[in-house]
Design a protein around this ligand. Structure first.
Ligand SMILES: CC(C)(COP(=O)(O)OP(=O)(O)OC[C@H]1O[C@@H](n2cnc3c(N)ncnc32)[C@H](O)[C@@H]1OP(=O)(O)O)[C@@H](O)C(=O)NCCC(=O)NCCS
Length: 190
């Protein structure tokens, strides 16, 4: 990816530790009416760090023949999930948070984050994945439905502000090791 100010490179990294929490908070809270507490981030990321992904964009600027360019590293997207057994013994993934920075939307990054975490869950034996998305969130609903999620349930007045949500569900095919995500490479988005 080339930008006016220099060269951009985006890579996905797995959650590295609590120093990543401020990066995630600043990205996610721009789109929330009520902020999550630090406890909520830690609940997911301390127990399932392997299912927390950050999209890190490095921008090299000011490079010339004589001087090294300055590198800026920013978090422009993330996904936070868990994987545990449901009451019925099903190994179920849950996508708790997904966000892409406004100026980097609609270029496939949200899809890449979700596909990559789905692949990781599949490798861990996950049988199904669920999440909630607000009824009015056309972007998120379109993204998840393109990936095969279906509307499982309408959750009336699910959020504190009174708005409703869909519970979305994806059944994973345990018979196929390659599944849908065989071609994915964590560093492929450049
Ligand atoms: C939802 C979100 C993560 C999508 O990220 P993104 O990087 O823009 O998504 P992608 O570029 O991978 O888009 C995938 C598909 O979703 C659909 N889509 C994305 N944004 C859309 C929008 N605003 N309106 C309609 N469809 C949209 C498109 O169908 C797109 O497929 P296409 O490229 O073939 O047209 C991003 O809009 C966001 O961060 N929103 C705020 C936080 C949020 O709502 N999180 C989800 C909570 S459930």
């Amino acid at each position: 990816m080339e930008a006016a100010e220099g060269r951009r490179h985006v890579r996905l990294v797995t959650y590295r530790g609590s120093e990543d929490i401020p990066l995630l908070c600043s990205l996610i809270e721009r789109d929330l009416s009520e902020p999550y507490s630090t406890y909520t981030y830690r609940y997911f990321l301390d127990s399932w760090p392997q299912f927390g992904l950050l999209a890190m964009e490095s921008t090299t600027s000011g490079a010339s023949k004589t001087a090294e360019g300055e590198v800026r590293d920013e978090c422009i997207g993330c996904v936070v999930c868990k994987l545990d057994r449901s009451r019925h013994g099903v190994l179920r993934g849950y996508i708790a948070m997904l966000a892409v920075r406004h100026d980097r939307r609609q270029s496939g990054l949200g899809t890449l984050l979700v596909e990559t975490v789905l692949m990781k869950m599949h490798e861990s034996g996950c049988e199904e994945v669920v999440l909630e998305a607000e009824l009015s969130n056309r972007g998120a609903l379109a993204l998840y439905e393109k990936l095969g999620f279906v509307r499982d349930k309408l959750l009336e007045k699910y959020y504190l502000n009174g708005s409703s949500a869909y519970r979305l569900k994806l059944k994973m095919n345990r018979r196929s090791d390659s599944m849908l995500f065989a071609d994915m490479d964590e560093d492929a988005y450049t």
